[in-house]
Design a protein around this ligand. Structure first.
Ligand SMILES: *[C@@H]1O[C@H](CO)[C@@H](O)[C@H](O)[C@H]1NC(C)=O
Ligand SMILES: *[C@@H]1O[C@H](CO)[C@@H](O)[C@H](O)[C@H]1NC(C)=O
Length: 863
């Protein structure tokens, strides 16, 4: 090309126009122009949908656990380039471990070292290099970084709002500058989130090594142990909780009850003491005042189940003396008092054919002897450092209880858990005896989680087999046992933690690992509901996959709906059980426990729900009786399991997942989806006769949204696997629907035998008749107080009578001369003693408002 004058002029002109455009744009802020520029800019660059998508993929990739760096390893093991060359012939890669001043080993030498020395070599090196390392609690993580489009939408809305309130012209126009500013903010958030993830990954990795070295007692350096424990678990202040026997009042403040050795604060190492002195099997419940009513009922139920395990109720000083008294009474009353029908109206109204007071008959029919319970209160208030008082979420009380309790075999219950077998049986089940950690599955609801969540949790786990600290310390890398579980496969709910059975001696580190994770706010708290998923997550993060889930997912437990005008799918093969109670059926079909108490609905009475289907098709008395009686257990349905939404390894590309979800939209709808946005009552669809349910659980609005209906036959979840294939791009909906075979996915249906149904009725009656009314029995303090008053009174009377006797004697002497004084003395004393009894009976006994005083049974006189 030749440089002609014309071309130069044209080029200069073009340059001038472009420059002046930019100039005008920058200095005039002309909306028209900037808007125009914006469009041009956006179409071809990173602010477009396409640009966002590309960005998301690259952020997802960067966050992916397979790209996780092991910084601790890199710092500890420095490849020595020259040595690599030298050793290539001999096939070994020589590595220098530690800083120059330290001994160096090659990998095979390292492997020959006793683990204790490996621990010392590593942690001394690490401590020297990181003298100021502290556990970080205030970390920020923003899950939206993998959805840049969403991030921009939010931020642009914010910018518009700001402009509006600042009364700027054209507030709705997002300028290039705005986009650039948002981009800056986005980058800042990405960097922050990546740093947070690195920090959390490093912390969990260090704690794993700490567990390997010190909890497994491989290294005996007490100073190192203590120092590391303080850095990694700064919230644990080294105190044990105080234990108080609810019945005898016995209090244990210097160690674990039943331990052979007391705990010396400041001398013994807390973790070591806990590991060596946890003992026995027991039931553990974390509770506060608001759980008192449920606890009274639960303790009754445990008596009905012949429970012989001790119970520890863990609190933070937030159970009043009054409530403790109730619980003590529930645990220790004589069976006749405990089952006195005057204490609750439910005795007469509920299952009148079951007479709880006929103790003999009850024992014969149900085998229940209502043993007294060995109940303890455990106060953990002083065990947590003050600076962390508000750092644990409420649900972490359960985790702290698990960590601090004195049992070795722990059966952790929620206050509203309903065990339906003798609790000790949980420990005899093969799941427990084989693994020492037995968990239960939640309802297989079709709620999904997000890549960023499952990937985050995977990052906390040991995932690198090579070039990692895991490799150096032979910590097993997490397997498909975790990575292919329901949560990791893309579903929101895996664990239901109303019952958790753990052998602390086998899983100490796993339990300990729940604590640092529960202190972190994001992304932990928004990714899981309460403590639910934390058990398996923490165990796997600890490198401990030795836990097992009950085979069956949660069942809907209640009564089979037989009437066609009461079922939601009235032309389907499916069976239907609607219930507010998820329950858990063992592999061999035994119903083990249900959740949410024993009431039909724990939230409200029948009145609030009377205008909702299917109650509209029931008569009022039947409806009322349904709500007023306890849950009637005759059947259970475990719906078919969900297919994997995400494959093992947490795919970075989410196309398949997105297509899967889109497929739901072209399928027929379930009643909950049809009615989701319907506000007009007449428009609500109650029954469907054209197809089967599309998912195993359908939510209803009954019982404040707690009721779900479960189905054992579902139109297959994923015909599309064949159509979609592992490699094909997008789903062919036509083809998918043509392959759709109605009712293909089958769940499990259970019908319980008559004796069991009766037994559940009996248990439900025992539970619902629990109340805060008790026959008065003295507490230890009351007894002592009474005895003290009695003693004082006796002394006073004796003194008086002695004085009187002296006077009498002298009078007698005066009046009658030398008659028998001893006979008179004893007569006098007897009279005094009788007065004494009468007076003690009249002593005002402490009475509580809700207590019904014990009828006319005089207190025993102390001899
Ligand atoms: C993951 O789970 C699915 C379904 O439960 C199963 O078909 C698949 O074989 C599992 N994959 C691995 C690697 O275990
Ligand atoms: C199912 O119920 C609807 C109304 O609720 C009714 O119109 C329909 O006929 C019923 N179908 C069958 C097969 O019973």
């Amino acid at each position: 090309m030749r440089l002609t004058i014309r071309r130069i002029i044209l080029a200069s002109l073009a340059f001038f126009i472009v420059t002046s455009c930019i100039f005008t744009y920058i200095f005039s802020g002309s909306p028209g122009l900037s808007e125009m520029m914006d469009v041009v800019y956006q179409r071809q660059d990173k602010f477009s949908i396409e640009g966002f998508r590309e960005n998301d993929i690259s952020v997802r990739r960067e966050l992916h656990y397979s790209n996780k760096q092991d910084h601790i390893f890199e710092d500890f093991v420095q490849s020595d380039q020259s040595k690599i060359k030298q050793n290539k012939q001999s096939g070994g890669i020589r590595r220098r471990l530690g800083s120059k001043a330290e001994t160096t080993y090659d990998l095979s030498e390292w492997e020959q070292l006793p683990i204790g020395e490996q621990c010392g070599a590593f942690f001394n090196h690490w401590r020297q290099k990181n003298p100021d390392w502290k556990y970080s609690k205030d970390l920020n993580y923003d899950k939206s970084i993998t959805d840049k489009g969403f991030f921009f939408r939010l931020q642009r809305d914010r910018v518009r709002e700001q402009k509006k309130s600042a009364k700027r012209p054209n507030p709705d126009v997002i300028t290039v500058e705005d986009n650039i500013a948002i981009e800056e903010e986005y980058k800042r958030i990405v960097d922050m989130t990546m740093a947070t993830q690195r920090n959390m990954v490093e912390t969990t990795s260090l704690i794993r090594l700490f567990g390997k070295c010190f909890l497994e007692k491989n290294n005996k350096d007490a100073e190192l142990y203590e120092d590391l424990a303080k850095r990694f678990f700064p919230y644990i202040n080294g105190q044990l909780p105080s234990f108080e026997n609810a019945v005898t009042g016995e209090s244990v403040v210097d160690g674990y009850p039943g331990a052979t050795k007391p705990y010396e604060f400041g001398k013994d190492h807390l973790f070591e003491y806990m590991q060596d002195n946890s003992n026995g099997k027991g039931i553990l419940i974390s509770a506060s005042n608001r759980h008192a009513r449920d606890l009274i009922k639960l303790i009754r139920l445990l008596r009905g189940l012949n429970n012989k395990l001790p119970i520890q109720i863990v609190h933070k000083g937030d159970i009043t003396a009054k409530n403790r008294d109730y619980l003590k009474m529930a645990a220790s009353h004589e069976v006749e008092d405990f089952l006195d029908e005057s204490l609750a109206t439910e005795y007469k109204s509920i299952y009148p054919e079951i007479n709880l007071q006929d103790v003999k008959e009850i024992k014969k029919t149900f085998g229940s002897e209502f043993p007294k319970q060995d109940l303890w209160f455990v106060n953990i208030k002083e065990t947590i450092d003050n600076s962390y008082k508000y750092e644990f979420p409420g649900y972490a009380n359960k985790l702290l209880a698990l960590f601090f309790c004195s049992f070795r075999d722990v059966l952790l219950f929620d206050a509203d858990t309903i065990p339906l077998i003798e609790p000790e049986e949980f420990f005899r089940m093969k799941e427990y005896t084989s693994k020492g950690a037995y968990f239960f599955r939640d309802r297989s609801l079709r709620d999904f989680n997000d890549y960023v969540e499952t990937n985050y949790f995977t990052n906390l786990m040991p995932t690198r087999a090579q070039n990692s600290m895991e490799q150096l310390f032979k910590i097993p890398v997490v397997t498909a046992h975790t990575l292919n579980n329901t949560y990791m496969a893309g579903w929101r709910h895996l664990q239901e933690s109303g019952v958790v059975a753990i052998d602390k001696s086998k899983h100490f580190l796993g339990i300990l690992m729940t604590l640092p994770i529960s202190v972190w706010r994001e992304p932990v708290r928004s990714s899981i509901w309460g403590d639910k998923e934390l058990y398996w997550i923490a165990f796997s993060a600890a490198g401990d996959e030795n836990y097992i889930f009950n085979e069956n997912e949660a069942a809907s437990v209640g009564e089979l709906q037989v009437s066609r005008n009461l079922v939601s799918y009235n032309n389907s093969m499916t069976r239907e059980v609607c219930s507010t109670h998820p329950g858990h059926v063992s592999a061999d079909g035994q119903l083990l426990w249900v959740n949410s108490g024993f009431n039909y609905c724990k939230k409200n009475g029948h009145f609030r729900d009377r205008n909702k289907f299917p109650y509209t098709n029931m008569n009022n008395n039947d409806l009322r009786s349904l709500f007023d009686n306890p849950l009637h257990i005759t059947h259970a349905i475990v719906p078919p399991p969900l297919p994997n939404l995400r494959s093992v390894g947490n795919e970075i590309d989410n196309t398949k997942e997105t297509e899967f979800k889109k497929f739901w939209k072209v399928r027929p709808k379930d009643v909950d989806e049809i009615n989701e946005y319907v506000t007009d009552a007449d428009q609500i669809v109650n029954q469907i006769d054209g197809w089967n349910p599309q998912k195993g659980w359908v939510k209803t609005s009954i019982c404040s949204g707690y009721m779900y209906c479960a189905f054992d036959v579902v139109d297959n979840y994923s015909p599309f696997h064949e159509v979609f294939g592992p490699n094909s791009g997008f789903l062919d909906y036509e083809k998918a629907l043509s392959k759709f075979s109605p009712g293909q996915d089958k769940g499990k249906f259970f019908e319980f035998p008559k004796e069991k149904v009766n037994y559940y009725k009996f248990l439900s009656k025992v539970w619902v008749t629990g109340s805060t009314k008790f026959k008065l029995i003295e507490t230890q303090e009351e007894k002592e107080e009474r005895e003290r008053t009695e003693r004082e009174r006796n002394e006073k009377i004796k003194k008086l009578s002695d004085q009187k006797m002296v006077r009498l004697k002298s009078k007698l002497k005066q009046v009658a001369g030398q008659e028998d004084p001893d006979a008179k003395e004893s007569a006098e004393k007897e009279q005094v003693a009788e007065n004494d009894v009468v007076q003690v009976q009249n002593v005002e006994r402490p009475q509580r408002k809700d207590h019904r005083p014990e009828p006319g049974n005089p207190l025993e006189k102390k001899s």
